[in-house]
Every structure is written in C-alpha cells, then in structure tokens.
Design a protein. Sequence first.
Length: 205
Amino acid sequence: MSDTYSPPARQRVRIITLRIALLMAVPLIIFSTPAWGNETLTLEIFENIGILLLIGGVIGRLWSILYAGGRKNEMIVQVGPYSICRHPLYLFSTIAMLGLGMMLGSIVLTVLLTGTVFVVLSATARREEKHLRAKFGAAYDEYASRVPRILPSPFAYVSPREVTVNLSAFHSTMLDAVGFLMLIPFAEFVELLREVQSVPHFVIW
C-alpha cells in the first residue's frame, strides 16, 4: 500500500502493523454472526454493497498508481486522484476495508476494520509527509494547503489528457490487488461457516 513517498523501513512497519491488526480480527470474524441473521435481505444488501466497495477500492488503487508510479520520489503528483487527496492509495485501501466489513454483514466489524486501517494509514501519511516537506519544501506546503490528506475533495479534480505509466509499478499494484480481491472468497467462506454452524458463534451487530 505505498503512496507518494514511503521509506522502506516505515513501509514495512506499516504493513506489519496492519497485518497483525487484521489477524487479530480473524477470530472475531470467524466466531461472530450478524444480529439480523444469515438469510435476510439486510445481509444481502450489506454484502452486495460491500463487494462493490471492495472492487471500487481495488480499481481506485490501480487508477492512483497510473499517475504516481515511478514518479513518487521525483515530483509532487497533483493531478488525477492526487488532485482530490494527497494519499489516494490510502483512501482506496480504506474503502476496500469498508467493503470487507459490509460483506461480513456487521456494523461492528465494519467500524472496527475500517477504523483500524484508516487510523494506521493516517498516521503513516503524517510521517511520510515530514519527508515530503523536507524534500520539496514550500511546494509541498502549498499542495497540502489545497488538497486534503486522505478524505477526498472530489470537486477539486483535475487531470491531463495523457499520463506516462510505469508498468513495473502498475504490475506490482495489480498483484497487490489480487490480495484484496481474495477477501471476497474469504467473506463467502465465513458466511458458509455461519450457515452450516460448524463453529460456535456469538451475535454481533
């Protein structure tokens, strides 16, 4: 989940932190069942919206890397998704987690997963921006004064007609996207466990 600038050591710490947090949530996911049941219209709506959000998050990450790939250490990217927020990769990662929570059919899990990812990535973004300000100085300060960090300002969107794509960065993000998309069969597996009641469950909203 790299963004405009990400020193390797800090990137590893962020990835490890997120993985540990998500692994800690797995027992809660496996052993919980939505308060409104497993075969309800509410759950189906939640799941369908969640799938759309997760896929949208993956597409958004690919869209972002088209603009930033190969240029993150050379210039301040200020167009495309980077014109609506300074860390769009983090924005779309958070949206993907929101999708996972909704696929699981639980308000509590949705808030927990989305909130954890958002807090960790927001803290990472703040640390990264110290390096960006040191590297680009007043130019980055001016950019930051216009464009929000993660929560987007969609009406500020601007984009050139063409961009140069770094295929290596794009391919890497495509592989990363596979990991996100695997959350869909994971959510389906959790739903199957709930239906067959192969493990004990507790009710969660």
